[in-house]
Design a protein around this ligand. Structure first.
Ligand code: NDP
Ligand code: GDR
Length: 334
């Protein structure tokens, strides 16, 4: 029998790739959609992947428990992937309460809705390497103590422990994926990798001359979102729910990422990147470097796409987007 999945955050980067993966496996895919006044740009990522008409979108909001319950009653999912969040770390310092409400309590709402309506459904929580924050071990794995450094990370930690607690208290098949940074051409423009590849494309095409960034010294363990959604799905196919670190095992500085992306387009990053203190965070996560050994052993998962290939894919996609815009500027609203 074909399975039914519910994805919150389906309009985001991971939601779009996960929907594509589950559709390719024959699932019926439902996605929670929050109301927006800009309806025409909702679903842009799903459209880009060519699957907008293949998913069933259902209105709701993570912070509205009644809508979460109603959606469970309507969809009757076999698998629930809770990807929705206020996911931008920098914004969480400016909007800590909103972030706590959506990213933390929102996950509790989803767990409650599953517990009340469909306790047999399998549940995935999108946890984050940001929970390691000020790292307590050189390589971070499932046993590394957490030390969150932002309101976002604190909210994710609450959601993570609620997932563990619902598993232990109510016997729910609830798993938490502690995912390190993962990127793609569908990454939000505000995150540093996409900001860089978009900047490279603009500069290459003569649309901009410089790119303003913050801290170039931080390092991240960057993988490709297309690979990482495979791990999410794999967790829910296990007999026993558990928590897994998902990472590549390689860490790279923002500076080196700039070097890679600009050189791919035949540019010297030092000619274009400027730094601004405005983009520094009140508390920084200096280094993230994951150890995905458990996921490899238990899920048979490993990252497939190299950082070099991902950078090339992202720069090419941004070049194509901007070339398209130059050829056909969007109609004016006025
Ligand atoms: P995005 O920011 O691209 O997507 C976030 C999604 O959440 C969007 O679909 C957004 O909807 C939705 N959303 C936000 N607020 C609400 C709300 N109140 N009710 C319902 N939906 C809401 O994130 P990613 O795809 O990159 O990440 C997916 C998840 O994984 C997030 O929880 C993120 O924190 C986590 N994560 C991400 C990592 C990464 O490197 N990408 C690493 C580790 C964890 P809308 O389109 O309307 O804004
Ligand atoms: P992160 O991603 O905070 O790791 O969270 P982001 O790309 O925003 O920052 C990574 C690092 O780059 C530094 N940086 C800049 N960041 C941004 N956004 N813009 C800049 O101009 C800039 N200059 C330097 C940052 O200081 C930071 O050190 C992402 C999100 O997807 C989270 O939701 C997810 O949980 C974690 O990854 C794992």
């Amino acid at each position: 029998m074909a399975k039914t999945a519910l994805i919150t955050g389906i309009t985001g980067q991971d939601g779009a790739y996960l929907a594509q993966l589950l559709l390719s496996r024959g699932y019926t895919v439902h996605g929670l959609l929050r109301r927006s006044a800009s309806a025409e740009i909702i679903g842009e990522r799903l459209r880009w992947l060519g699957i907008l008409n293949d998913v069933q979108l259902i209105d709701g909001d993570l912070i509205d428990l009644s809508s979460c319950i109603r959606i469970m009653q309507t969809v009757k999912p076999d698998e629930v992937y809770n990807l929705a969040a206020q996911s931008f770390v920098a914004a969480s310092f400016q909007q800590p309460l909103l972030t706590g409400t959506v990213t933390g309590l929102g996950a509790a709402n989803m767990l409650e809705a599953v517990r009340i309506v469909c306790p047999q459904a399998r549940f995935y929580q999108a946890s984050s390497s940001e929970m390691f924050g000020k790292i307590q071990a050189q390589l971070q794995n499932e046993r590394t103590p957490f030390y969150p450094r932002s309101p976002y990370a604190v909210a994710k930690l609450y959601a993570h422990w609620m997932t563990v607690n619902y598993r232990e208290s109510f016997g729910m098949h609830a798993s938490s994926g502690i995912l390190f940074n993962h990127e793609s051409p569908l990454r939000g423009i505000e995150f540093v990798t996409r900001k860089v590849t978009d900047g490279v494309a603009r500069i290459k095409l003569g649309l901009a001359r410089e790119l303003k960034l913050g801290n170039l010294d931080a390092t991240r363990d960057w993988g490709h979102a297309r690979d990482y959604v495979q791990a999410m799905a794999a967790m829910l196919q296990q007999d026993t729910p558990d928590d897994y670190v998902i990472a590549t095992g390689r860490t790279t500085s923002i500076r080196d990422f700039c070097h890679m992306a600009f050189s791919y387009a035949g540019l010297n990053w030092q000619d274009h990147v400027v730094t601004s203190a405005d983009l520094l965070r009140p508390a920084e996560v200096d280094v993230l470097h994951g150890d995905p050994a458990k996921a490899k052993q238990a899920l048979g998962w490993h990252a497939v796409t190299s950082l070099e290939d991902m950078v090339a894919e992202m720069v090419e996609a941004d070049l194509a987007r901007h070339r398209g815009r130059i050829a056909a500027p969007p109609p004016s609203l006025g």
